[in-house]
Design a protein around this ligand. Structure first.
Ligand code: NAP
Length: 256
């Protein structure tokens, strides 16, 4: 029978990409509250150091790993250094991501390439680098951060939608190739959450009015509301869940 500690992450180590702010930072804190040691990733040492200090003063075990997730060599070296110096990565939250907005007919090649590189290539780079260490151990959890845009489009963000749809399917592919080695790979799809990435939308009153009408729950999501799903997908509670995308969106994707 399942134990009440089914959701405990104590004794585990989690690498969270894009952990300097927003959803990554909140998920890192959430996993730490459930007992995980956290490795905070991002591109800027100063912001990660500040987060690490906050974690440490709250009594959480945390360290930083500064690398750009779009640089495959840096990812391979960064992951190897964590495994060597800190110990095995039990959980990967593949979270780092960017947004670029423009009508599709005006979208620049540079913005397209940046989106593909950060939101899709990097999920493969980090996922593969970590899985290569997890596979010989016969266990590991990978949570790829998807989006409601994994299934639905919205004006002005077609390339972002393309990347998040691809991440949903890459999640299925990772599960298909790696579940046999004892890994669980799943997606977590946030709806609309007020983070820096969405600052433009948050300060747009007309958008907020539309969103609140369109969302059955009638409001923006609070980032803390993603923690439960992330802990579930990172813990032994999800030991036979594989290739799924768990959507946390106040119901926006199930209603017209
Ligand atoms: P955010 O506030 O802009 O934070 C993005 C994080 O990613 C930062 O920590 C940033 O750190 C890091 N990052 C960006 N590029 C990176 C790179 N090349 N290498 C390493 N780190 C990088 O964004 P967010 O809203 O929290 O979004 C996080 C994830 O959730 C994204 O995948 C996004 O698509 C997804 N999502 C967000 C929402 C929402 O409502 N906010 C909804 C659905 C899905 P540095 O800049 O310091 O490197």
């Amino acid at each position: 029978m399942p134990h009440p500690d089914l959701f405990s992450l104590s004794g585990t180590r989690a690498l969270v990409t894009g952990a300097s702010r927003g959803i990554g930072l909140t998920l890192a804190k959430g996993l730490a509250l459930y007992g995980a040691e956290i490795v905070l990733n991002g591109r800027h040492a100063e912001s990660l150091d500040a987060v690490q200090r906050d974690f440490n003063s709250a009594g959480f075990k945390a360290s930083t790993a500064v690398f750009d997730v779009t640089d495959q060599d840096a990812v391979i070296d960064g992951v190897a250094a964590i495994e060597r110096d800190r110990g095995p990565i039990d959980i990967l939250i593949n979270n780092a991501g960017i947004q670029r907005r423009a009508p599709l007919e005006e979208f620049t090649r540079k913005d397209w390439d940046d989106l593909i590189s950060t939101n899709l290539n990097a999920v493969f780079f980090v996922g593969q680098a970590v899985a290569r260490h997890m596979i010989p151990r016969g266990r590991g959890k990978i949570v790829n951060i998807c989006s409601v845009q994994s299934d639905l489009a919205r004006p002005g963000i077609a390339p972002y939608t393309a990347t998040k749809g691809a991440v949903k399917n890459l999640t299925k592919g990772m599960a298909t190739d790696w579940a046999r080695y004892g890994l669980q790979i799943n997606g977590l799809a946030p709806g609309y959450f007020a983070t820096e990435m969405n600052q433009k939308l948050v300060s747009d009153e007309a958008f907020t009015e539309w969103l609140c009408k369109r969302t059955p729950a009638g409001r923006w999501g609070q980032v803390e509301e993603l923690v439960g799903a992330a802990v579930f997908l990172s813990s032994s509670a999800s030991s036979f869940v594989n290739g799924q995308m768990l959507t946390v969106d106040g119901g926006i994707t199930v209603s017209l």
